[in-house]
Design a protein around this ligand. Structure first.
Ligand code: CP
Length: 338
């Protein structure tokens, strides 16, 4: 794998291979010495033109746990403010020895452009480009779903698939690269996806996507789902005309305390298939009180922090496959030693 730019078209075998490697990477977390030597001498550049907490820091942690050197670049405070182009910025960083560039950019297609332009030889990982894709978020979400299903079934995650798993992706689908990457990846892995959103926040063309579309969150929850993935309302990309009032949004499309209580009641009564096991996901950062209530975000059903933890293992797997060729067993260090 030379680059990871999107989950659209990502072969199922590649996706499963990354998830399986991430499982082995997570075992490193439980060791006394948490570092593997497999990327010693390699340099990973985090090239962030948009703000980030989880993605940037977890790529940094992932690279360091594989013994790579890390250079963090934030556009804010750099020569980008003097008008330096993406090409010149990337070539400058590659001249400092970048083997892989992890890029987040406000423009959809920026990662693809960097990878395909021939400006640099380094591998490119898309860490979120505009409203287009966020493939490592989708991989860590699939990893979280697979672990949840395996825990419920009492099986090994590596041998567990997502076939038939019912996932509702809820909220600001229009602006969400997380929704798009999840839709492509989860359907590749066999899950049934329903998009739930206000009509103004459903993208034109979504009717052709491999998902059911609903405007009614309660109807979807009543039908039974294995996971509800709440999306951040992206105020920074929102036009006022697209958005109901915050109060109406929270009431109709937010996972509020009343919906949590209804889910708990249904689970206790066995009234809805899988209600007892339904998890509540959110990629973060959360707008508490808008798309998700504190009661739901902090409930035992919430996987928000598990998703963050899983993100490190998944990003270790991605860097390992990119820079050490995967899919040898990373715990032996064999690929880097070869
Ligand atoms: N989920 C996610 O991409 O979070 P950050 O913006 O904090 O990286």
């Amino acid at each position: 794998m030379k680059h990871l730019l999107s989950t659209a078209g990502l072969p199922r075998a590649t996706a499963v291979g990354l998830l399986d490697t991430a499982e082995r990477m997570s075992e490193v977390e439980h060791r006394e010495i948490k570092k593997l030597p497999v990327l010693r001498g390699r340099t990973v550049v985090n090239l962030f033109f948009e703000d980030s907490t989880r993605t940037r820091i977890s790529f940094e942690a992932a690279a360091k746990r594989l013994s790579a050197d890390v250079i963090n670049f934030a556009a804010r405070g750099s020569s980008v403010s003097k008008g330096e182009s993406l090409k010149d910025t990337a070539q400058t960083l590659e001249a400092m020895g970048a083997d892989a560039v992890v890029i987040r950019h406000a423009s959809s297609g920026a990662a693809e452009q960097l990878a395909r332009s021939g400006w640099i030889d380094a591998g490119v990982v898309n860490a979120g480009d505009g409203t287009h894709e966020h493939p490592t978020q989708a991989l860590l979400d699939a990893f979280t779903l697979r672990r949840h299903r395996a825990a419920v079934a009492g099986t090994d995650p590596a041998g567990t698939d997502l076939a038939g798993m019912r996932v509702a992706i809820v909220g600001d689908v229009l602006h969400s690269r997380v929704a798009r990457s999840n839709l492509w990846l989860l359907t590749t892995l066999g899950a049934d996806v329903t998009l739930v959103a206000p009509p103004t926040l459903v993208p034109v063309g979504a009717g052709g996507w491999p998902a059911r579309i609903s405007y009614d969150l309660d109807e979807v929850l009543d039908g039974g789902v294995d996971a509800v993935m709440m999306l951040r309302v992206q105020a920074e990309r929102m036009q006022a005309a697209f958005f109901p009032t915050a109060r109406e949004y929270a009431r109709r499309w937010g996972f509020d305390a009343a919906r949590l209580a209804a889910l708990d009641r249904a689970g206790a009564a066995g009234a809805r298939a899988a209600a007892a096991e339904t998890i509540i996901m959110h990629p973060g950062p959360m707008n508490r009180g808008l798309e998700i209530a504190a009661e739901a975000a902090d409930s035992p059903r919430s996987t928000v922090l598990a998703q963050v933890r899983n993100g490190v293992s998944v990003r270790m797997a991605v860097l390992y496959h990119l820079l050490a060729g995967g899919p040898d067993d990373p715990s032996t260090g064999s690929a880097a030693d070869a």
